[in-house]
Design a protein around this ligand. Sequence first.
Ligand code: IVH
Length: 682
Amino acid sequence: MNIRQRIEKLRDQIRYHNYRYYVLDDPEIPDAEYDRLMRELQELEAGHPELVTPDSPTQRVGAQALEGFGEVRHEVPMLSLENAFSDEELAEFDRRVRERLEVDEVEYAAEPKLDGLAISLLYEEGVLVRGATRGDGATGEDVTRNVRTIHSVPLRLIGKGYPRRLEVRGEVIMPHEGFRKLNERVQAEGGKPFVNPRNAAAGSLRQLDPRITARRPLEMYCYGVGLVEGGRLPNRHSRILARLRDWGLRVYKGIETVRGLGGCIAYYEKMERVRNSLPFDIDGVVFKVDRLDQQQALGFVARAPRWAIARKFPAQEELTRVLDIDVQVGRTGAITPVARLEPVFVGGVTVTNATLHNEDEIRRKDVRIGDWVIVRRAGDVIPEIVRVVKERRPRNARRFVMPRKCPVCGSDIERVEGEAIARCSGGLYCPAQRKEAIKHFASRRAMDIEGLGDKLVEQLVDQELIHDVADLYRLDADTLAGLERMGQKSARNLIRALEASKHTSLERFLFALGIREVGEVTARALARAFGSSDGKGMSDSERARADIERLARASQEELEAIPDIGPVVADHIVRFFKQPHNREVIDKLLQAGITWPPQEQVAEQPLQGKTYVLTGTLSRMTRSEAKEKLQALGAKVSGSVSSKTTAVIAGEKAGSKLARAEKLGVPVLDEDDLVALLEQGA
Ligand code: IVH
């Protein structure tokens, strides 16, 4: 095979794999393999620039910005759709269609109404030659170079039988995930975020520099054709879409043909249910008379066809006023400002509150008490304020001020520099945080109190039988036996479990306290650093007290000197012990008789300074057990492979991490190697 043939072969393969990936959603090869094909093609083309053609998959992104967009006259006008806002209006449409066609029932193609912007793609001899916006329907803008950067737009059609000139129409959208990431990036760079995915898609397509568009996560779904010359298409809309798909164009998978009004309503209801689990916004569904001869018979009115209608979903955004802003305390102490709203009907329910997430969010959106705002409620998602209508801001609108004390427990509200969330520092003391704290305290890896499940904790707190974790040790069997789903026997068992839990280890105890960011590994490091190795004549409880005292007095610097503890964690620890409530609870726990044995002296850790990545399925232990064992020997276990990784430990069905290790030349160990490593270390 000569170079030219090899290049053509690679291009065909890449086009086919694009089709598998973007159109069928069913990739045949892993990304790494695709990358290899692409790289080979790039290298060959770099060595033979004379063989580069514009429809090569390497040629998506042009290099220079344009001065402005040219105009495109649509030879077949791009129409809009009539809207129906209720089933009655839809029924009216169906009745008109049936009457004009003089039939009893009509078959409709039912499609989602994608919320993006309409785009026309012109293919000549299968090669994409032009992309244009809808504009006013008669004239749009030439956005060819931008459209070419969208990976779901084929630069060349695949398969056979397409017309010599074929204009394909569809919607360019930005999926939620990409929209979220884009806005994060825009904000990180100090820019103004986009209001919604549609605006982001429109803004991205109107960039004069295609290199910018190329970085935007745009996708295109096709829903019809315009100009068709030099070839024939099937005689039904649904079949045309199926052909487009065969030629490598992306068409939404859930398009159906339905019968009559009943079929339309069922489809609408189905899409309304799945709407919020779709990866992109849709604002309704579109019904189109499926048979083209019937479409032709129906014709057009003004700027919309008589053979199609958009059944719109109820609005997910409405206008209302912010009556007040107050705060809610979450289970980790996170303080969330909440806007109290003038009740408004949106997304199918009456909304009276909207979360404002955090102070930065309020500042960014500049929401003030008294403002008119756009509220959004999408599905079961918590209602949100999308933006303020600044033009309507009343003179007496007030700014929100974060309270300094927790409204539930009165502890200081603190906000660590660099973090978005303000938190109640009440910890174990704050009722809003208490239940979760108690559940954590009792959990298996913490104090391991068997029989103290979540439901029981909730009952105990709700009935005010306990206020903090120390109260657990004051419960008696009679009180417990009186609770729901508890008998004498389980009450006695629980008392026994509580007694047993008093003999613990310092590291479990520290983990159980639920200090922010102090997980098991940090708790272990703290226990090693602050636990006394022998009591020097002290009783167990005196020694326990001394251990805690030492830790509570530790300075930020002393803490940071401990392996694995950085400034943020050190700061959490210092703050935790500064709160008198936390000290009181710890005192009560120690008084109740919680003790631990002296700290064992540990030798230099054998795997200190090494970093491993676990991937795939292990047969002799779970990944989390392997992780614990490696950490016990001083190793770090990371979730991603880098050149600093000591080795990747690969079990069965290891995937991309293994591939990455191979690429970076990081050693790969199997399960036997892991076992040997653990034994040698132990
Ligand atoms: S068909 C003659 N189908 O809605 C029919 N349009 O209000 C022309 N849209 O400009 C359009 N999803 O941007 C059609 N499945 C779909 C659609 C769809 C979204 C947009 C399109 C059009 C607007 C009409």
